[in-house]
Structures are given as C-alpha cells and as structure tokens.
Design a protein around this ligand. Structure first.
Ligand SMILES: *Cc1c(COP(=O)(O)O)cnc(C)c1O
Length: 453
C-alpha cells in the first residue's frame, strides 16, 4: 500500500537517525533518500510510494519462490498456531526431525547428520569447530589450522572472517583474525597461472600448502563452483573434484560452503553434486527457507559424527535459536515447492535463457568478462578490455549501474572490482528474466556512454 509522502519522509528520517545499516557507506546513506520497502509481490519489491522493483538479487540470494508465496505464508501461520519456539538442546520437535531427514536425502552421498543454525557465518564457524573437535577426538589436536581459497568469503563473524580471503575485509580486520593459509582463486579472467589454457593449476596450489602445513590442517574450506560474494567467480568443471582429491590425499577434512550456491542456484540441488564430490561437512543456508526466515545448517558425514560418540563426548557448540520451529516449518514448505513447481528443472531451463541474454553484454564497450553458472552470473567492467585494467575506484562504475537500474525499476547489487552480480529468484519466468537482462543492458550501456573518455 502507498504510504503518504509525509509518512515516507518520517520513516526515512527516523531510520537515518536510528538504524545502523550493514555494509553501507555511512555518509552516502545519510545523504541519500533510501527506499522504504513495504511489501513484495512475486519477484517484485514494492516501496512506500507504490513503485515496483524487480528483485534481481533475490534479496541477497535468499529468495527462491518469490515474495508472498501463499504456501509459505500458510506454513508459517500453521506453525505459529502450534509453537513458535522451543529448543533443540537435548530434545526435539517434529519439524526438525523431518527437515533433517529431507536435507540428508537431498544432500551429496555420505552426508548423514544435520545441525541447525541461523546464519551462514555461524554455520561456517560451527563447521570449523566440528572439524577441530573431530581431530581432538581422533587424537590429533595439532590439526587446528584451516586453508581456504583466494578471494573466499565464508561469513562475517571473526572466525568466519579468518577463513575469508577478500582483501578489503582481511586487511581491515587482520589484527583480530586467526592465521589461515590460502590457495589460488579459480578466477579464469585474471588467472596468472594457466594463461587462458586452464589445467586447474589453481586447484593444484592447494597441494603446495598441504605439503608444507598438512599435519596441522584440520580442514580445507571451499565454495563449490562459484564464489558468489567476491563477484561470481566461476570455477571450471572439475575444479572441486581436484580440490577434494588433494584434500583426501593429505587426509584433511573438506568443508563445502554452499551458502551461496545451494538449493538449485547452479543447476543441481547442491553444487557439489555437479562435480560428484561428497564433502565431509556441508554448510547450507540462504535459500533454505525460500528467503522467509533465518535458518542454516551444518551437515556432516557419519564418519565425522561418529567421532563425537562415547565417553560423554559432544559438540560444544550451539545457538539459542538453533532449529527454530517457524523457520523449520517454512523450510519444509519450501522443499515442497521445489517438488510442486519442478523448480530444479525450471531453474536449469531459465539458465539457458539467461545465457542467451548474457551474450548481448559481451559486445558492450568496457565489458571485460561475463560469467555464469546456472542462475548465478556476473558482468565485470574494465577500463581497458585489452589489458583488463580495472577502472579507478573513485569512478564507482558498478555503483552507477546499480543506481541506474534502480531508477529503471530493478534492485541489483555489485561486488568489488566493478562487477554486477545477477542472482534472480529461481522461480522467475522467461519473460521476467528477459526484462531483468534488458534493464541491466540499458543501464550498463547508458553508464558506459556517460564515462569520461
Ligand atoms: C552469505 C554467505 C555466507 C554468510 O552467510 P550469513 O548468513 O550472511 O552469515 C557465507 N558463505 C557464503 C558462500 C555466503 O554466500
């Protein structure tokens, strides 16, 4: 519903006085007229003035079935009529048992147990604690280090930041972080290892790290197939299998962080399945509740779980809202919708449409790289297409494009190094997908044309 203009102004002022916004430049926000989103309709967001925006970022990668899906609303209401919250500490509730079983059935071979959490960061940290505890119980407590990929993002809390490798975050928080090692990022467009003749040399750099430090390493963390937060860096087919093979050979655990890629984003239900990889620990979230409630899960193999058996052993970890029944109920309803809407197949078909649309960007001036894996894609802009030299940061090219998209009725986000990231809700129709691409193409062309020469 449209709010009175004065009401919108009142809310903006109140917000700017009181709300501290995450990852938002302070002064720019205080000087802006922020959108006030009042509701959602399918794949559109609606603001307080009644303007509609295509949700091309799936509200940070979580929205799968569109906003206001009747089935999800009903599941939430039905659960609220029973109980909104109870704990999983030493007891259970029906939804937790059902959801854990369904997740295990959908997960890669070998995954057997599910621990519920409420954010991706906590899912990753729990995976790290699981891996370390596993080695303690196996009599190798010196295995307390972690290795992750260049450019990795595994979350925002201090433990998760420690295994992250994005320069802006790493540099800023360095004194607070645990030391970790990294291996090469699978960034074909800027790879100095293979000179555009990929032989997975990036994955092989893991071997050097494990050769050096292997005895102290608890686990290798990997974002299977696509590093979403650092700009949709798409690894070549077989990359994950190579990483997994090396980790196995050195006897360290493999943690797959599927926060950004799970639930059909890259084609199959989970990205690991494309490369036929079974990780020891699997973190899922973002799409788990179709974008309705904060719920994530850290899943583990039987081998990992069994290390916690006997002698009063346990996982010393858990959060107050772990396995919240409302969140669990809506996750179950979301999995029902995957079946009812045949969503995995739909997503794969839409990925073909997206690929067609993305082709139109390749000939636009200053477009350096176009990357796609399923319904995750990115357009990277550069100052010089020949040398791949980035634009000066101050130009804010990607920000200008996302702002222009907003004027044209679409919310879309950018990543570092002038990359526009495309994360449409899986449910998007062909027509909506083509509208999305058309708006982005227009915005990109206009902004590129307006740049100083
Ligand atoms: C989003 C994301 C996280 C962090 O999840 P939060 O819920 O924001 O804590 C971790 N890893 C990957 C790959 C992600 O995409």
């Amino acid at each position: 519903m449209d709010l009175e203009t004065t009401e919108t102004e009142r809310l903006r002022t109140l917000d700017q006085q009181r709300v501290w916004h995450p990852y938002t430049p302070t002064d720019a926000y205080l000087n802006a007229k922020p959108l006030v989103i009042t509701h959602g309709e399918g794949v559109y967001l609606v603001d307080s003035d009644g303007n509609r925006y295509l949700d091309a970022g799936s509200s940070l990668g979580v929205n799968i079935h569109g906003h206001q899906r009747r089935e999800l609303n009903e599941a939430l209401a039905a659960q609220a009529a029973k109980i909104a919250h109870t704990t999983l500490y030493g007891m259970t509730h029906p939804g937790a048992a059902e959801l854990a079983d369904r997740l295990v059935r959908l997960a890669p071979e070998g995954i057997d147990k599910v621990l519920f959490l409420e954010s991706g960061s906590s899912a990753v940290e729990t995976a790290m604690k699981m891996a370390y505890s596993y080695w303690v119980f196996k009599g190798s407590p010196q295995r307390n280090k972690f290795v992750s990929m260049g450019g990795a993002f595994h979350g925002d809390t201090i433990g998760a930041l420690s295994v992250g490798q994005m320069t802006i975050l790493k540099n800023f928080y360095q004194p607070l972080l645990r030391e970790t090692s990294s291996f090469a990022q699978p960034y074909a467009y800027r790879c100095g290892l293979c000179h555009n003749n990929c032989n997975l040399a990036c994955a092989d750099t893991l071997e050097e790290v494990l050769e050096r430090e292997g005895d102290e390493v608890a686990a290798v963390l990997v974002e299977p197939r696509v590093q979403n937060v650092s700009g949709m860096i798409v690894a070549r087919d077989g990359h994950l299998a190579r990483v997994a093979e090396i980790a196995r050979r050195y006897g360290v655990l493999l943690i797959a962080d599927e926060l950004g890629v799970g639930f059909g984003r890259t084609g199959p239900m989970f990205a690991c399945q494309a490369d036929g990889v079974s990780p020891d620990i699997l973190c899922v979230g973002k799409g788990l509740t179709g974008g309705y409630m904060p719920l994530t899960a850290t899943m583990a193999s039987k081998e990992v779980f069994d290390a916690f058996r006997g002698d009063g052993k346990m996982l010393l970890s858990g959060h107050t809202f772990s396995g919240n029944p409302l969140a669990v109920a809506v996750a179950l309803a979301s999995l029902d919708l995957f079946e009812k809407d045949d969503l995995i197949r739909h997503g794969q078909a839409q990925a073909v449409v997206l690929a067609e649309e993305l082709d139109k960007f390749r000939s636009v001036a200053h477009v350096g790289d176009v990357r796609q894996c399923g319904l995750l894609a990115a357009v990277e802009l550069v100052a010089d297409v020949e040398t791949r030299e980035p634009f000066p940061m101050e130009l804010g090219v990607a920000t200008r494009i996302t702002e222009r998209c907003r004027e044209l009725g679409m919310i879309i986000h950018s990543a570092p190094s002038d990359t526009i990231v495309i994360v449409p809700p899986l449910v998007m129709t062909e027509e909506e997908l083509r509208t999305m691409a058309r708006i982005l193409l227009q915005a990109t062309q206009e902004v590129v044309a307006s740049l100083p020469t």
